[in-house]
Design a protein around this ligand. Sequence first.
Ligand SMILES: Cc1cc2nc3c(=O)[nH]c(=O)nc-3n(C[C@H](O)[C@H](O)[C@H](O)COP(=O)(O)OP(=O)(O)OC[C@H]3O[C@@H](n4cnc5c(N)ncnc54)[C@H](O)[C@@H]3O)c2cc1C
Ligand SMILES: NC(=O)c1ccc[n+]([C@@H]2O[C@H](COP(=O)([O-])OP(=O)(O)OC[C@H]3O[C@@H](n4cnc5c(N)ncnc54)[C@H](OP(=O)(O)O)[C@@H]3O)[C@@H](O)[C@H]2O)c1
Length: 450
Amino acid sequence: MQQRQARVAVIGAGPSGLYAAAALLASGEPVGVDVLDRLPAPYGLVRYGVAPDHVKMKSVIRVLQKPFDPADVEFLGGVRVGDGGVPLDVVRQHFHAVVHATGSSVDRALGVPGEDLAGSMGSGAFVSWYCGHPDHTTVKPLLDHPGAAVVGAGNVALDVARVLAKTADEMAETDVPDAVLDVLRASAVRDIHVLIRRGPQHIRFTPAELRQIGELANADVLVHDDGLLAAGVEEPEDRRHRQMLEMMGEWAAGEPTGKPRRIHLRFLRSPVRIVGADGRVTGVVVERNAIVDGRVVGTGEQETLDVGLVVRAIGYDAEPIPGLPFDAATGTVPNVGGRVVRDGEPVPGAYVTGWIKRGPTGVIGTNKSDAVETVAALLEDLPGLPDPAHPDSADFRATLRAYGLRPVDWTAWLRLDAEEVRRGGLRGAERVKVAELAEMLDAAHGATTG
Ligand SMILES: Cc1cc2nc3c(=O)[nH]c(=O)nc-3n(C[C@H](O)[C@H](O)[C@H](O)COP(=O)(O)OP(=O)(O)OC[C@H]3O[C@@H](n4cnc5c(N)ncnc54)[C@H](O)[C@@H]3O)c2cc1C
Ligand SMILES: NC(=O)c1ccc[n+]([C@@H]2O[C@H](COP(=O)([O-])OP(=O)(O)OC[C@H]3O[C@@H](n4cnc5c(N)ncnc54)[C@H](OP(=O)(O)O)[C@@H]3O)[C@@H](O)[C@H]2O)c1
């Protein structure tokens, strides 16, 4: 008997979705896979999160693109599933199974007064802006003041601090859009205060990323730790943490060398209020903390830092997926090993992978084993999943047209890709991002661009 050809939709072309597509392909099962993304470009946070100067990291794209070349898997860019796009229940009528890989792109809030002033923003918005995300081209980070604050002790906080500390000439070698480069070139930022609510032994940085800020040509690192490192903090078991303590201890003991910009690592400090005038940030009130029984407790001792920008890099939330259960506390879709569950019972044909499955932590590679687990569950269930109402792939294309969507297929994406490489050539960079949605679509669909 001939095996039926199953159809699987992967929603989200970030690392987790693309690792899932690759795992489906590698299974050798007769499965047709469509990868849908709301953006005209693939790669999710590899394109719109990974810092532009982390060029080596971005080369993972060569691995992630493999399922599309040759066209074993279809890319359907510019297709949002849910509000403003094609509803999930309509997608479900065309596929045996759907893998949700939509990530976590909502900025968490600090919950302090003044957070809505101009000049206060989440890392999602700030990073998306410098990465040329089409939803964030109108973000106007205020870099006209010498002081800037970055809240958080994760690698995203380090990315933001490093981008603020680099010169525009250094950033010109990356793929940042020309409009972003113009703003960075005009930047008046000199002192970048990284506000870390706990101590040096509690950071979530990784050694390679921390080392980078110590090697900046344009900025010194100053450690403000109230003498904690010199006094000796409890030695962490993790070797990488010990390395970082050593690094920071050396910085704390050293003197600044007089570079034009400074990154201040301020430990045991939390923002308690963002202050402003005329609707924009003019400072941040910071409280000193103590760690009591492992908990962060404010001591009441406060100071005001003179800053015009506050970027909170304190993690992300996810948007609920209409039609699927959602755990607002963790920002994830409840699942067991990638099978979506409602009230403990599997939702037939629904799977999750990546940040929407396990929350907004983990590096690109973490998403590979995660996707493999999800795909294994899907393949195990597949023989028992009912045929969809419209299994023909041509029908799905017709449905997308009926919703007014003109997908960016792989060939169209390669046109946009080539246009970015062309623009890069004009600036001596590998590529320069096209950020405006209309221009992206023009380049993808073959219209002439400037
Ligand atoms: C600022 C930042 C920098 C990072 N830098 C690094 C780094 O240098 N190295 C590293 O190893 N890791 C890094 N990471 C972590 C890494 O990016 C993540 O582990 C990874 O991207 C998570 O993959 P994902 O596929 O779950 O989500 P994402 O990468 O966010 O992909 C989700 C995709 O789903 C699409 N989507 C969302 N909603 C819809 C919808 N309704 N319909 C259709 N499509 C939709 C989005 O457009 C996106 O393409 C970084 C993370 C951040 C936030
Ligand atoms: N180059 C790279 O490899 C790279 C680059 C970027 C991102 N990533 C990865 O992507 C993932 C996400 O990174 P991330 O930096 O967003 O998250 P993260 O590593 O989880 O760090 C979030 C930070 O925010 C702090 N925080 C949370 N709430 C806060 C609050 N209310 N006030 C003050 N501080 C608060 C946390 O402090 P506590 O620890 O005290 O909770 C923590 O230091 C991570 O796994 C990261 O490693 C990797």
